[in-house]
Design a protein around this ligand. Structure first.
Ligand SMILES: *Cc1c(COP(=O)(O)O)cnc(C)c1O
Length: 224
C-alpha cells in the first residue's frame, strides 16, 4: 500500500472509532486539506477514494482545480476570504465556503452573487475561543449574525458553522471551544443548519466527541 493509502486508512479508522463512540447514527464527511500538497499528491489521494479537498487561498484552489480539471473533485474554500477575491472564487464554483466570517463579507458576496446570478453554499465561521489571531464571529453574536445573513443575503445558502479548535495544549480548552460551537449549531438547526465543520489533524477526535460532522484534515493525510 502507498503512503497516502496508509494515511487515509489510519485516519478513517480513528474517525470511525470516535464516530461510533459518539453515535452509530452520526454521519461524518472528511475534507482533505491540500494546502501544503501538490496537484500530484491530490491525485494520489483521489486514487485512494478521497473526493473532497480544501484549500485556504483562492489562487491555490484555482491552480489545483484547473490542473485536476478532469477529476470529479469537490472543492472547499477554508481560508480567510478577501473581498477582492470573491469574483475569482465564485468563478470556481466551490462546493462550500467554510470561512464566511462577518456580515460585511456576506453582503459583499451577496452583491457579487447577484451580479453573476449565482448562489454560494457557506458556513459561518465562529471564533469560539475569542482568539485575536483568528477570524470568525464571536459566539455571543453568532446566532444573530447567522439569521441576519440568512435574511439579507438570499444568494448565500447558509449550511451551518465552522470553527478552528482553541490553540491550546489543554484538551479541556479545545473541547470547550468545540462545545460552544456545537451549542450555537444546535440552536440554529431549526433555521436549517446541518453542517458542523470542526476538527483538524491534531484535534479531530475531540471535535467528533463534540458532534462535528465535517472534518478538515491536512497533515495527517498528506504526510510522507
Ligand atoms: C490547514 C487547515 C486545516 C488542516 O490542518 P491540519 O493540522 O494540517 O490537519 C484545517 N482547517 C483550516 C482552516 C486550515 O487552515
Amino acid at each position: 500500500m502507498n503512503t497516502f493509502a496508509k494515511n487515509l486508512d489510519a485516519v478513517i479508522a480513528k474517525i470511525e472509532k470516535a464516530r461510533i463512540a459518539y453515535s452509530r447514527h452520526h454521519i461524518i464527511q472528511l475534507i482533505a486539506v491540500s494546502k501544503y500538497a501538490t496537484a500530484c499528491d491530490i491525485k494520489a489521494l483521489y486514487e485512494c477514494g478521497q473526493r473532497a479537498f480544501g484549500e485556504n487561498k483562492v489562487q491555490d484552489l484555482k491552480a489545483k482545480a484547473q490542473t485536476l480539471d478532469e477529476l470529479p473533485l469537490q472543492w472547499h474554500m477554508i481560508g480567510t476570504l478577501q473581498e477582492n477575491k470573491i469574483n475569482a472564487l465564485l468563478a470556481l464554483k466551490p462546493t462550500l465556503v467554510h470561512s464566511l466570517d462577518s456580515f460585511e463579507l456576506a453582503l459583499a458576496i451577496q452583491k457579487r452573487c447577484e451580479n453573476h446570478n449565482m448562489s454560494l453554499n457557506a458556513l459561518l465561521q465562529i471564533n469560539a475561543a475569542n482568539e485575536p489571531t483568528k477570524s470568525g464571529v464571536k459566539p455571543e453574536v453568532a446566532q444573530e449574525t447567522y439569521l441576519k445573513i440568512a435574511k439579507h443575503c438570499p444568494n448565500i445558502k447558509l449550511e451551518g458553522l465552522m470553527t478552528i479548535g482553541a490553540n491550546s495544549p489543554e484538551t479541556k480548552k479545545i473541547e470547550q471551544s468545540f462545545q460552544i460551537t456545537k451549542d450555537i449549531f444546535d440552536g440554529l438547526k431549526p433555521n436549517g443548519a446541518r453542517i458542523l465543520s470542526m476538527g483538524m489533524s491534531g484535534d479531530f477526535e475531540i471535535a467528533i466527541s463534540c458532534g462535528a460532522n465535517m472534518l478538515r484534515i491536512g497533515s495527517a493525510l498528506f504526510q510522507k
